[in-house]
Ligand binder design. Sequence first.
Ligand code: ASP
Ligand code: MG
Length: 403
Amino acid sequence: MLVVQKFGGTSVADLERISSVCDIVSKSVDSGNSVVVVVSAMSGETNKLIGYANELSDNPESFELDMLLSSGERVTASLLSIALNERGVLAESMSGRRAGIVTDATHTRARIESIDPKPLQEALDSGKVVVVAGFQGVNSDGRVTTLGRGGSDLSAVAIAGALRADLCEIYTDVDGIYTTDPRIEPKAKKLDRISYDEMLELASLGAKVLQNRSVELAKKLQINLVTRSSFTDAEGTLITKESNIMEEPLVSGVALDRNQARVSLGGVCDRPGIASDIFGRLAKSSVNIDMIIQTLGVDDKTHLDFTVPINELLDAKPIVESFVNRGEIEEASYDENICKVSIVGVGMKSHTGVAAKAFATMAHENINIMMISTSEIKVSMVIDEKYAELAVRALHGAYELDS
Ligand code: ASP
Ligand code: MG
């Protein structure tokens, strides 16, 4: 098999951890695999470098930041390669440039445009393990770029795609994807398998283990992803296409997002174009809108509720107030003490009563639902933040995720 193994910052935090990574890599080589390793910077290193730059300047040039930040991953790649060779595992490290990773010119959050797999393939063909510095590429001018925070996951998936690898393993400090946050519900179970779409929903809902862009890319390239821990032998969670998962569970997980605020608009002028005006202005200020509910207009007035990330509420308020001042909205109120709980599962596509059960569960706990939204594989409810954990546990039990 051709395997890409990616190790995150905590897995390469110091020389001792790098030595454990050598164990994992050589085990894979010994079992007959061709291995490409992608590494993050040692944990804390990227933040440290950003801190240095910010001490010297309030506004460092973004291409200088990329020069700086890309160095963290190169340090790890060469150290790991040195350690592997020392053990008799033939290895060679490569920067993003050497690995043929070409990106667009958006410094500090570049997108990968292409990968020329030739240098990687040649090194593999000569029997070497290739250790690639993650999180980086070069633009068409030959300048170093970085892929945005957490971008080493993306490097790994993109390389797996370019080499048509059989598997892309993402090693981190958690042993997989859980049915819900085990800190909230100790009965949470590790999932053996989950589909790309479920993973994307769970991640955007707050279960951040993998960078979302990398899951999207894995879905597009149909790469089987495994997330697992480099600290234990435990098998991780396979993230794969839906048809690889037999016997879909109705609900795979319960997610909680505490990071939302609700904006409620009353007496909104009910004319064509009002939604476009409000949300157009918000979009222009890069405010991310999540749920939107508009009720049927009565007497030329309507009600509009939506949610935004708490830290973007400050940007949203003046925009909303400008509509109030113009008389197009009668009253606006803001509520930060809310949260969003969601159930996610591809099985709900083909079953009825899944949403009804969620509502019944909230009713049973006497929790009022303020907003509801659904997609093909998700039901989300906005509730008072003080019931967040109770709601998660109740839903987890109602769909028998602990059994
Ligand atoms: N070192 C980079 C970061 O901390 C990229 C990564 O670890 O994936 O964001
Ligand atoms: Mg990471």
